[in-house]
Design a protein around this ligand. Structure first.
Ligand SMILES: NC(=O)C1=CN([C@@H]2O[C@H](COP(=O)(O)OP(=O)(O)OC[C@H]3O[C@@H](n4cnc5c(N)ncnc54)[C@H](O)[C@@H]3O)[C@@H](O)[C@H]2O)C=CC1
Ligand SMILES: CC(C)CC(=O)C(=O)O
Ligand SMILES: [Mg+2]
Length: 361
């Protein structure tokens, strides 16, 4: 029996609800397939601030470094919004990404046919959309120095620094080319090189790397144009590669055209460690109500099975189980349309587990 050690960081808001749902599914897969998934919880975000006085306690980092993979919910919430930026829950998330050197964040956005009515776009526009946003995750304006709010001539000035080294760009771009090579062989690189020097360097590196992947068709788009093209021609995208802040924004956009932010999983990969988390945040507006869509986190578990544990059959079956559950008509409120079966977090989780059992036999 294979043993896999998973560090579980539930975080805040709906984080614990969706993680608990995804773990139920994971344990059931363990029973069906004969694997043992050993989980241990660690604190991160607002709950870590409340208990330990810091959004990323040392013991959480240690737990993650010793695990085979990390599963994370989401961090943040109004309770901690008054804190200065460097003490906020979100700093815990940035800190763990950096500590594990998770430089490539894969955010697949796929339109499921049964959910097409839940998309804010017309069905003929959105049909067939199946893209992966590869977002650089450990650099850019989220980490660049100097940063802060300073006083200059008696007035406050806010400063952040957009910064990328050549090596930071190259490793994520290379990963994106490799992913595109295994898919439909089309890569869109997104930047703002008409204005920003960082982006001009980004584009140069992309051009250099493209020589190593002649079979991949390369397109460059400015980020403002890309934001528009994602709603205009979403199905034309295969892999999008971009920096941290552009990827943060574009992946929420890509998520919602598939029906809901509650659907989109992600894998954050480095050369050594990996962390899996839904794209959405802690959704304080629905936390504690039992209505959060657990599918983004359940699909993040599927990515963990595939990328960290090499359990391809289990990952495929889980993704198929989500699809079939949607075909059966189960919907959490965020993806509900008339004539479908409205369920909460627990109802959706049980429906996925039941479908999984049916597909397994
Ligand atoms: N990775 C993370 O931990 C992230 C954390 N955040 C934090 O989360 C907090 C809330 O941020 P928001 O801007 O409101 O973004 P959000 O992603 O938490 O929520 C945006 C909207 O989507 C809905 N939503 C999100 N996930 C859902 C799900 N699973 N099922 C159903 N509906 C869902 C929410 O109810 C809300 O209306 C903030 O403190 C923010 O900093 C935001 C984004 C990512
Ligand atoms: C909460 C932030 C640190 C990041 C974010 O919005 C994300 O990773 O999607
Ligand atoms: Mg985001």
């Amino acid at each position: 029996m294979a043993l896999f050690k998973i560090a579980v960081l539930e975080g805040d808001g709906i984080g614990p609800e969706v993680v608990s749902a995804a773990l139920k599914v994971l344990y059931r897969i363990g029973e069906l397939a004969g694997h043992h998934f050993e989980t241990e919880k660690g604190l991160i975000g607002g709950s870590a601030i409340d208990e330990k006085g810091t959004p990323l306690p040392e013991e959480t980092i240690k737990l993650c470094l010793e695990a085979d993979a990390v599963l994370l919910g989401a961090v943040g919430g109004p309770k901690w919004d008054h804190l200065p930026t460097e003490e906020r829950p979100e700093r815990g998330l940035l800190g763990i990404r950096k500590a594990l050197d998770l430089y490539a964040n894969l955010r697949p956005a796929k339109v499921y046919e049964p959910l097409i009515e839940a998309s804010p776009l017309k069905r003929e526009v959105v049909r067939g959309t199946d893209m992966v946003v590869v977002r650089e995750l450990t650099g850019d304006v989220y980490y660049g120095e100097p940063r802060g709010i300073f006083t200059q001539d008696g007035k406050r000035v806010g400063i952040n620094t957009m910064r990328y080294t050549e090596d930071e760009i190259r490793r994520v771009v290379r990963k994106a080319f490799q992913i595109a090579n295994l898919r439909r062989k089309k890569l869109t690189s997104v930047d703002k090189s008409n204005v920003l020097e960082v982006s001009a360097l980004w584009r140069q590196i992309v051009e250099e790397e493209s020589k190593n992947f002649p079979e991949v068709e390369l397109e460059h788009l400015y980020v403002d144009n890309c934001a528009m093209q994602i709603v205009r021609r979403p199905s034309s995208f295969d892999v999008i590669v971009t920096g941290n802040i552009f990827g943060d924004i574009l992946s929420d956009e890509a998520a919602v055209i598939t029906g809901s932010l509650g659907m989109l999983p992600s894998a954050s990969l480095g050369d050594r460690y990996a962390l899996y988390e839904p794209v959405h945040g802690s959704a304080p507006d629905i936390a504690g109500k039992g209505v959060a869509n657990p599918i983004a986190t359940i699909l993040s578990v599927a990515l963990m099975l595939r990328y960290s544990f090499g359990l391809i059959r289990e990952a495929d079956l889980l993704e198929r189980a989500v699809e079939v559950t949607l075909e059966k008509g189960y919907r959490t409120p965020d993806i509900y349309t008339e004539g479908t079966i409205k369920v909460g977090t627990e109802g959706m989780t049980q429906a996925v587990i039941q479908t999984l059992e049916e597909l397994w036999s």
